[in-house]
Design a protein. Sequence first.
Length: 135
Amino acid sequence: LLSVRPQDAECIALRANLAQQRGDLEAAMQDLQLAIQINPTSDKAIQLKMLLLRSNQSAEAIRLMRPWYRKHPEDVAICLAYATALRENGHFREAQEKLSDLLNRQPKHLGVLAALVEVYLLQNQVEQALPLVQT
């Protein structure tokens, strides 16, 4: 496919997936960055964020996700990805704020609820986490 469509973002993202499956995270990240430059989509950004976190590059994951979050603060997947990157880099309070805001807008979303509970527990704030678990 890439020989026929070398600048097709979806083909490049497919190559990134293959590289990831082979365990070549560096090649996967490079391909995803290229695919995002060609056709910026949130799913590719989230996938790249996950690879960055797996590669212990959480500060880079935050840098990647911040503009996506600013453009799409209502997007649950983007918000969760950004909050995860913040949490992984030790920015618990900011992750907590983003997740609390999202939970106010999406009160029944289990993924948001679970992420917020996890942030509270990582800060030993059991008293904040407990009411969320009981809802």
